[in-house]
Design a protein around this ligand. Structure first.
Ligand code: DGY
Length: 322
């Protein structure tokens, strides 16, 4: 008898076809994200689970599963999964790094350009019929990218890919990371190590590339915004909870910092009356870091491969913990 797998929402047709060749497949078709009670009843007898960043795969859910061998998430982030508990239960966890590095770095750099050159702000202005002045000395002026200091928090795959893009735009790049890379690697990438404090105080733009953990939760708050230059920008394509949104709203309103470009939020989707929506000095994207046709296809491929490997008792191509 074929093993049973459950998907908390559907994936690409080619991925579903591949899964159906190997397994009994059930796909959740109702409300997204799947309610915890539904997930609990569905996970009980399955051998494999495919999930997404909005699903909460906590201890309670994992405990319910009687046959689960693998959790395969369609994301690089895995803060929605209790990976420690999965490891204790000898359940493999697969995820999808690398294939989304360039797409996410492109988006972070896109938010950076948009913030400095005020593209979205200009778009809103035109649509509202408010484009009055043409080509004046002070009209709709943004800022140059070249010679600005970009501070990268977290020099992992995506942080490094962002550095490459910034180097091509003649930006000065500093980074802060738990581990300093070698001098040779720094030279090649065109980056310089900085302490956290130095990076915060000296950067014209700060881009966040750390996972959401207990340590990074609310890491960017008013204390940090006050230390930043007041003409500096904050870019976040990592996880929303790394930034304290209440403090960021205030910092943007009071011009403690100049602007922000965000792809991720504390709660997604953000509500219609979220205070960010009324602010002009913020660029908002609906969590689309990895969202290109090519990248999402590659992520689906890896998600399926990780699942098949895990069900067969093997380590996923990209695996956490066990
Ligand atoms: C991920 O894969 O974790 C990203 O946040 C999706 O864009």
């Amino acid at each position: 008898m074929k093993e049973k797998i459950f998907l908390t929402r559907t994936l690409h047709d080619f991925a579903i076809k591949e899964l159906k060749k190997n397994f009994q497949v059930e796909i959740h078709k109702g409300k997204i994200p799947i309610p915890q009670s539904t997930l609990k009843s569905k996970i009980k007898n399955v051998d494999g689970l495919i999930c997404f960043p909005y699903d909460k795969i906590d201890k309670k859910i994992i405990e319910t599963a009687e046959n689960l061998k693998v959790i395969s998430t369609y994301s690089v982030g895995y803060d929605h999964i209790d990976t420690q508990f999965a490891k204790e239960k000898k359940i493999r966890v697969g995820y999808t790094p690398e294939v989304l590095t360039d797409a996410t770095a492109d988006l972070a750099f896109g938010l950076l350009i948009d913030s400095l050159r005020r593209i979205s702000e200009g778009d809103r202005l035109i649509r509202k019929g408010k484009w009055k002045q043409i080509y004046g000395a002070y009209d709709y002026v943004g800022l140059d990218l070249q010679e600005k200091t970009l501070g990268i928090i977290g020099l992992g795959r995506i942080g490094k890919a962002l550095a490459k893009r910034a180097k091509a735009f003649n930006m000065k790049i500093i980074y802060h990371n738990r581990k300093q890379i070698t001098k040779g690697q720094e030279r090649k990438l065109g980056v310089k190590y900085a302490t956290f404090d130095k990076l915060i105080t000296q950067s014209d733009i700060i881009s966040i590339h750390v996972p959401h953990t207990k340590e990074t939760n609310g890491m960017f708050n008013m204390k940090i915004f006050k230390k930043m230059k007041n003409d500096a920008f904050l870019i976040n394509t990592s996880r929303g909870k790394v930034v304290n949104e209440k403090d960021l709203t205030l910092a943007l309103k009071q011009k403690t910092i100049a602007g922000a470009g965000l792809d991720v939020f504390e709660i997604e989707p953000i509500r219609k009356n979220h205070p960010f929506i009324k602010l002009e000095n913020i660029v908002l994207a609906p969590h689309v870091g990895s969202s290109t046709k090519e990248t999402r296809g590659k992520m689906a491929e890896i998600t399926v491969k990780n699942l098949i490997l895990g069900i067969n008792g093997k380590k996923p191509i990209y695996s956490i913990g066990y």
